[in-house]
Design a protein around this ligand. Structure first.
Ligand SMILES: [Fe+2]
Length: 451
């Protein structure tokens, strides 16, 4: 609590205070928040909420996790009313999430209580009947229930984002909104489980929770497997990336930055999520073929012989050979293989031109050259971002695909680039320092012919 900025502390106290006031008021008005005959329902829903809250599920969206616990709150809105929904939400305080600080538990419990209560009030205001629904009256619940969900979900998001914003001093406008649409849709979709629990209660009572939960947990398990797989993919890529960067003192971090710039372009041109992930991998691994180029060639001072230059030009093919067996890379292969093709057809390894060049390769070419220009190299300092952007503009239509250059410039206006920190000269023992960067479009490698 002491670590929180004062506005966050005030907000936290206000949210907890509001939730406490709701519960106290309901006790004062009706003697108890929930009637005695509804206690069993309260208990089952609170347990359901607690189980789900203890296991939030990551969505197929990078920065969001969702717990389906709120569907228990929404079921409570129908079965036992707003006060009951508030009490069910309050059980978030007891969630089994090791390491979750008490302050976060209190906030979660309070904000879920407020959301449940507000949703319940809306449900009642729209003449939703509180109690175990009768089969022939089920249709009448749907409208008020949809309205209650439409209040619960945004209120929950606003209360939580406000807390995050105040605690981390991130303004709402800076909160990453990528994937928010998918997150909202999933969130609203999970809301329907509450209606199912409430609807089934009339026939199978508390077993309805199990019936609804079972497929939910199977889905959650599948999601967990998927994310574990993603993490192992990421670790594989990171290891390969690190192996490449040990060959080159000055290009440390280059793969990660190319990956980031590539995903900026990919999003700008509207690639779908799976392709953005694939291009991120391709950006990380675009130079993995350098592992197959003799270090003495990469480190050579002065012009290269034709053979040495040919060895450098082979690195996209070598890259493809190295990663060919990694099944999940899919389209990333094309990006790795063709990232040195040029729009005018004078690139390598195949001399493809214009639309012959795979889209991934066009994207990576821009990201690669930009990061090279804005990073320190042994033979020159980093160029400022505007200079590098000018260079990209000048070479659009010859070296680079103009569509990708324009997309990157737009993306940079939205998300300013953070160039890497200055690179100090390498310590004497770090002799593995290439003299020339093959990615640098402003200083082409000198090749001596006829040697
Ligand atoms: Fe390369």
């Amino acid at each position: 609590m002491r670590d929180l900025p004062w506005p966050a502390r005030v907000y936290l106290v206000a949210v907890i205070g509001a939730a406490a006031a709701l519960i106290v008021r309901s006790v004062m008005v009706s003697g108890a928040p929930v009637a005695d005959e509804d206690l069993d329902i309260l208990l089952v829903l609170a347990l359901l909420f607690l189980v789900c809250e203890s296991m939030p599920t990551l969505l197929n969206v990078e920065q969001f996790a969702v717990s389906v616990s709120f569907s228990a709150s929404l079921a409570a809105v129908v079965l036992i009313g707003p006060e009951g929904a508030a009490l069910v939400g309050l059980t978030a305080v007891l969630s089994v999430r090791p390491g979750l600080p008490l302050i976060k538990r209190l906030f979660n419990g309070a904000q879920f209580a407020i959301c449940g209560y507000a949703a319940g009030r809306v449900y009642e205001a729209l003449h939703g009947r509180v109690g175990v629904p009768e089969v022939n009256a089920f249709d009448d619940l749907i409208g008020p229930y949809a309205a209650a969900t439409a209040v619960f979900v945004p209120l929950n998001i606003v209360l939580t984002l406000t807390m995050i914003g105040l605690a981390t001093r991130v303004r709402a406008a800076e909160v990453p909104m990528r994937g928010m649409g998918q997150f909202l849709l999933s969130y609203l979709g999970y809301g329907t489980f509450g209606l199912l629990v409430a609807g089934l209660w009339a026939t199978v009572a508390s077993i309805s929770a199990v019936l609804v939960l079972l497929p939910l947990f199977v889905a959650r398990w599948a999601f967990g497997q998927y994310h574990a797989q993603q993490r192992s993919y990421d670790a594989t890529i990171a290891a390969l990336c690190q192996a490449v960067e040990t060959k080159d003192y000055y290009t440390r971090g280059h793969c990660t930055r190319v990956s980031h710039a590539s995903s900026m372009i990919a999003q700008e041109i509207g690639m779908r999520t799976e392709r953005v992930r694939a291009i991120r991998y391709a950006g990380m691994l675009h130079d993995v073929g350098k592992l197959g180029v003799p270090t003495k060639v990469l480190q050579k001072d002065g012009p290269l012989t034709e053979e040495e230059f040919a060895a450098i030009q082979l690195h996209p093919m070598r890259g493809l050979e190295i990663v060919r067996g990694i099944g999940f890379l899919d389209e990333a292969y094309a990006g790795i293989m063709h990232h040195h093709e040029r729009h005018d057809g004078t690139g390598y390894p195949m001399g493809l031109a214009g639309d012959e060049i795979p889209e991934f390769a066009k994207v990576i070419a821009v990201a690669d050259a930009f990061d090279s220009m804005t990073s320190d190299r042994s033979y020159r300092g980093a160029r400022p971002v505007p200079v590098a952007v000018d260079e990209l503009r000048k070479s659009a239509g010859t070296h680079f695909d103009p569509v990708m250059v324009a997309a990157f410039i737009r993306a940079l206006e939205r998300e300013p680039w953070q160039p890497p920190r200055r690179v100090d000269p390498p310590p004497p023992e770090a002799a593995e320092t290439p003299i020339k960067d093959h990615d640098d479009p402003t200083m082409p490698i000198q090749v001596v012919t006829g040697q």
